[in-house]
Design a protein around this ligand. Sequence first.
Ligand code: UDP
Length: 241
Amino acid sequence: MEKPEKLIVDGKRLDGRGPEELRPLKIQAGALKRADGSAYVELGANKVLAAVYGPRELHPRHMQQPDTAVLRCRYNMAPFSVEERKRPGPDRRSVEISKVIREALEPVVFTKLYPRSGIDVFVEVLQADAGTRTAGITAAAVALADAGVPMRDLVSAVAVGKVDDTIVLDLTKEEDQFGTTDMPVAMLPRKRVITLLQMDGSFIEEEFERALALAMKGCEQIYEAQKQALKARYSIKPEEG
Ligand code: UDP
């Protein structure tokens, strides 16, 4: 990808968005037949699937915990999901992202209800354009709800950053690569508790405050779309009684 001269021209980003706009977002709850719960998310050019299995008896058994379920997450990028073919299999980045996704989701799951069990979350990135860890969390939260896993709240996630000295919501790959700062955030929308906050680059304090407020506003929008997706799957239509 070639570095563009400017990422923001006359207050508009290269894809036509204003600084505080999300990319087009589509969420489908229940996209896969064989998983206990699933969700498909498109955010701009990102395409991400999440599949949930469990709660079920955890194997290998030595990993079982007598008083709680164990939440396991695996983030994986398909080889064809990025411009330069990704070598299949786990790497340092996917191990890190799997860990932060688990930590972002764990606080909402009532794990204590399922001793000795495992809940497995698979996040598969089919097409990537920056923000895949946050899109993965958004999809995984809907997939957990779709699986009927008891939860305190959903988890909604989006990245914010700084591009050409402007604080922006939901960075594209181009903005991520050539911008100054990228800060993915996940939030429990009802409790407004942050469960993921990473930062690549830097902010001065005032910028950080503004960026975090913008991320939380973005998460609220994502939350509405997550709820809509779950309602679309589970609401009883009038003709069905
Ligand atoms: N990316 C890539 N090849 C890789 C890893 C990442 O092309 O091996 C791209 C991909 O579009 C990804 C973006 O770089 O979405 C930003 O990656 P980052 O590690 O910041 O994670 P993300 O923003 O996807 O959560």
